[in-house]
Design a protein around this ligand. Structure first.
Ligand SMILES: NC(=O)c1ccc[n+]([C@@H]2O[C@H](COP(=O)([O-])OP(=O)(O)OC[C@H]3O[C@@H](n4cnc5c(N)ncnc54)[C@H](OP(=O)(O)O)[C@@H]3O)[C@@H](O)[C@H]2O)c1
Length: 248
């Protein structure tokens, strides 16, 4: 992936990891477009940044995504990088019958959201020089958190989808996965103050340093997430699962 001169679209760019990446890419000389559902958060994220733009978009809405894709390509024909970062998390107790609203929301946002965004923009991206699709998964894609089974499954699905897409788009669009560990954002209330979560700035620094490698790595795994990414290959899956079960 080239590091400057891109036009980068980041879903969920009004807060957390998306916003931090947006600001760092903008500082590096890229045009950055952010989307999300909250206008106020988007306006705050682009304030004082002339080469940033924001659009309100709910990635779970089929018609809105299709209309948005037409508009953003018309407004920014040089768009060459799509970052599927928008995501939601809910803890769950699947051991007794319950309301499945949260599970449905996670699948609609974390799985169908990126699939829908890619579908809407893949033809355009395939025609661009230096094109890339970057999907944000999670360490929980590789060892599930028992207290968040649908979230973990949604991230395992996006890992698999990303891997499948990579050879199909080879030579046209680079397909990259960012695999965050637990990071200090408000993905869950109070997590941005949690000393056991990785500080956001340190996470983004490490991600951007890994993205500088040539060729770009297919998976961007910071040091803190390697234990989970490699657990199965190293025969440590059961141990890692038991460890996560204690937090459930
Ligand atoms: N922080 C962690 O520990 C961690 C670990 C592993 C993976 N991740 C992943 O990293 C990504 C970013 O999360 P974060 O930690 O930065 O949390 P965050 O600050 O809550 O960011 C999530 C973003 O997604 C947007 N979003 C949620 N639902 C949406 C929808 N239906 N349509 C459009 N945008 C939507 C939110 O904006 P609006 O509310 O304005 O729509 C928000 O800006 C997520 O995919 C998350 O699963 C995070």
């Amino acid at each position: 992936m080239q590091h400057t001169g891109n036009t980068i679209l980041i879903t969920g760019g009004g807060s957390g990891i998306g916003q931090a990446l947006a600001h760092r890419w903008h500082d590096a000389g890229n045009h950055v477009i952010i989307t999300g559902r909250r206008r106020q958060a988007l306006d705050a994220a682009i304030a004082g940044r002339p080469r940033m733009s924001a659009y309100v978009l709910d990635v779970t809405a089929d018609d809105d995504v299709a209309a948005f894709a037409r508009q953003v390509v018309a407004d920014h024909p040089s768009l060459n990088v799509l970052v599927n970062n928008a995501g939601v998390y809910s803890a769950e107790k699947p051991t007794a019958q319950r309301d499945l609203g949260a599970a449905q929301r996670m699948i609609a946002t974390n799985v169908l959201g990126p699939i829908r965004m890619i579908d809407a923009l893949v033809d355009h991206l395939s025609r661009q020089a230096g094109a890339a699709i970057i999907n944000v998964s999670s360490g929980l894609a590789f060892v599930p958190l028992p207290g968040a089974p649908t979230y973990s499954a949604s991230k395992a699905a996006i890992h698999s989808y990303t891997a499948a897409l990579r050879p199909l788009l080879a030579g046209k669009v680079e397909v990259i996965e960012i695999v965050p560990p637990q990071v200090q954002t408000e993905l869950t209330p109070g997590q941005s103050q949690d000393p056991d979560s990785m500080p956001l700035a340190a996470f983004v620094d490490e991600v951007l340093a890994l993205l500088q490698a040539d060729p770009t790595p297919a998976e961007v795994c910071v040091e803190r997430v390697r234990y989970f990414r490699e657990a199965e290959a190293k025969g440590q899956f059961d141990q890692a699962l038991q460890m996560l079960a204690q937090y459930s």
